[in-house]
Design a protein around this ligand. Structure first.
Ligand code: BTN
Length: 232
């Protein structure tokens, strides 16, 4: 049976992520047309106007290489978008880009015994605030899309990927993710404290970045990545 047999569509919610967090027994994919307090990693806000697809679901099962869940979900989003004809990239660890701009963000939050996976996809938005380097499927193609079809196609990919992750672990996805990795072989900054500078060489078997720095190879476990000389 599919993990995603229950679907709850809300007109508006503060955040699908918080909605699920507050309802421990709810085993549904929660979607909203609009969020008033959508949020991303590091407490950033997630622009959640009508036109986008905002969803969260909870996972309670044991997965291999669980820390790679954001990457594997990002890959599911890439493959869904590619089926619609888009060229995609993954900005480690949880962003999907098309044409140099962010089209999707993934947020995985670990609670006691569950992981809450949140996904925001810019589907039909016609504009974004100027400070955001964001795009939507509409802006990138000039076409409108059914959010329901986008959702169903995405859940199908995620379902398959979770089964593979459970059985084989991250190694089954590493090549597919590396092929889509933004900034590969380029000079990047990881915004850790202090920042780490280096050339992005690879992604490890655990899903970490491998950087060639002045001090030799370094594994990066977390942090925001940007191209050297570019902020944001
Ligand atoms: C990021 O880019 O930092 C992650 C953004 C995640 C946004 C999604 S939209 C659905 C779910 N509800 C939220 O409040 N956030 C996630």
């Amino acid at each position: 049976m599919s993990r995603f047999s229950c679907l709850l569509w809300l007109e508006e919610v503060s955040s699908t992520q918080d909605f699920l967090k507050e309802r421990e027994g709810l085993n549904c994919v929660v979607c909203a047309k609009k969020q008033t307090l959508g949020r991303g990693r590091y407490g950033r806000s997630w622009h959640s106007d009508e036109g986008g697809l905002y969803l969260s679901f909870a996972l309670q099962e044991e997965l291999k290489d669980e820390q790679t869940l954001p990457l594997v979900i990002a890959l599911s989003v890439c493959q869904m978008l590619e089926d619609y004809g888009f060229l995609t990239s993954i900005k480690w660890v949880n962003d999907v880009y098309i044409m140099g701009k962010k089209v999707c963000g993934v947020l995985v939050e670990k609670l006691k015994n569950r992981s809450i996976v949140g996904i925001g996809i810019n589907v039909n938005q016609k504009a974004f605030p100027q400070n955001l380097s964001a795009t939507s499927m509409f802006l990138a193609s000039g076409k409108e899309y059914s959010t329901v079809c986008v959702l169903l196609s995405l859940l199908d990919k995620i379902e398959k990927h979770l089964n593979i992750l459970k059985e084989k672990g991250f190694k089954a996805f590493r090549d597919d993710i590396k092929r889509r990795l933004l900034f590969l072989d380029q000079e990047v900054i990881i915004h850790t404290n202090p920042p780490t500078l280096g050339i992005l060489k690879d992604i490890s078997e655990e899903g970490y970045l491998i950087l060639l720095t002045a001090q030799g190879e370094k594994k990066i476990i977390s942090g925001d990545i940007t191209l050297r000389g570019i902020i944001g």
